[in-house]
Design a protein around this ligand. Sequence first.
Ligand SMILES: Cc1cc2nc3c(=O)[nH]c(=O)nc-3n(C[C@H](O)[C@H](O)[C@H](O)COP(=O)(O)OP(=O)(O)OC[C@H]3O[C@@H](n4cnc5c(N)ncnc54)[C@H](O)[C@@H]3O)c2cc1C
Length: 428
Amino acid sequence: MPRVKVIGAGLAGSEAAYQLAKAGLGVDLYEMKGKKRHEAFKTDLFAELLCSNSLRSNDVNNAVGLLKEEMRHLDSLIMHCADETKVEAGSALAVDRDLFAKMVTETILKEPNITFHNAEVEDLDIDEYTIIAAGPLCEGGLSAKIQSLFKEEYLHFYDAIAPIIYLDSIDLDIAYFKSRYDKGGADYLNCPMDQAEFFAFYQEVLKANQATLHEFEKGDLFEGCMPFEEMAKRGYKTLLFGPMKPVGLEKDGKRPYAVVQLRQDDRAKTLFNIVGFQTHLKYDDQKRIIQMIPGLQKARFARYGVMHRNTYLNSPKILDEHFASRLYPKLYFAGQIAGVEGYVESAASGLYAALSLIIKLRGLDLKLNDDCMMGSMAAYISDQHIKHFVPMNANFGIYNGPRDKSLRATHSLAKIDEFKRSCPWMNI
Ligand SMILES: Cc1cc2nc3c(=O)[nH]c(=O)nc-3n(C[C@H](O)[C@H](O)[C@H](O)COP(=O)(O)OP(=O)(O)OC[C@H]3O[C@@H](n4cnc5c(N)ncnc54)[C@H](O)[C@@H]3O)c2cc1C
């Protein structure tokens, strides 16, 4: 069997390398953070979570919850490490980001079939089996090489990171613990606002200065990760129906006019991120405006919000449903660069790209159909009928399994188990 090169030890690359190695393939895993690190990353660890520490819903009746369970059925490394390092987050799966990334890194480095290269890859050999999982911040020689190979423009959009606040700087006489509608534990910290407070806050947000974007960073915003100041510009009520929605967060039987929620970010419970408050405001404005929120008047920032370019392929033109290039069949793409959106989706695409490559190398005729969440994502990113492609989170809009909601999880997981039984290396 040939060796496989994996570029990038993020969520997708780590999962892919692990799956290939478990199938007995020799893997050369390249990660450049030890030598050259994009400013959005803070550590040299693999599978670093860039922004939120939440992997979103853990409920199988929710699309991303189902995707997680499908991954667990396929022995996903990322899901295993996430489950082992989870922190309280109601019905969501949130992790201690450092413990999580350390566990992924240690597992990969211990894997005898994986040779780790602390290096940047700047070129591609179309005759070498390769999974490119270089993520949404891919740039430099590799990015130029991909562009030259496909003669297709990359697409760009923008993600913004929410600020993280130290718990001991939050006024707990004002902020209170509660989950929306008391679902799950009382895991979120809530900062309530009355109408006058919200109005003053809103006015300041409209006046605040945004950080200057580089020329190459200007472009369309992705709706799912819209900075809160952009939401505010859309109208007085947009935040009230978005991240500052007060419903289900009553205190002493009374509903505040607006609520800012914070979610635990580390297992030690010292850091909380502001939910839905991705931002690209300048740091001094960011501090001044966040400190207008009741309970956060003395907030200390462990990390300010920032905004970054996000790069992905025009996948339906470039990739097939196995995440392989139509033009260069030995090249596979996985993760955000392949046109999926989100941490879990990136890891899932790494898992499926690796399994697809193993299947090809073993000469098997096997794939997942779009009646499970993972197969639906593969079908979506390779659907040549799509004219204006945008990356998507897992959702039931692209899913072709049972319409009856109550049957979806059982049906999809049965399909995944059937697929797994057909993969001989997974059943040893
Ligand atoms: C700023 C930002 C915030 C985000 N926030 C969230 C969020 O809160 N929730 C969410 O679900 N999703 C979020 N996303 C989207 C997405 O889920 C993450 O980007 C996710 O990390 C993508 O996983 P990945 O494996 O594709 O890429 P990454 O996790 O970025 O991993 C790619 C790896 O490849 C390495 N690499 C790149 N080029 C090379 C090269 N030439 N040679 C060697 N190594 C290389 C990088 O150093 C990196 O470690 C965010 C994205 C961005 C950009």
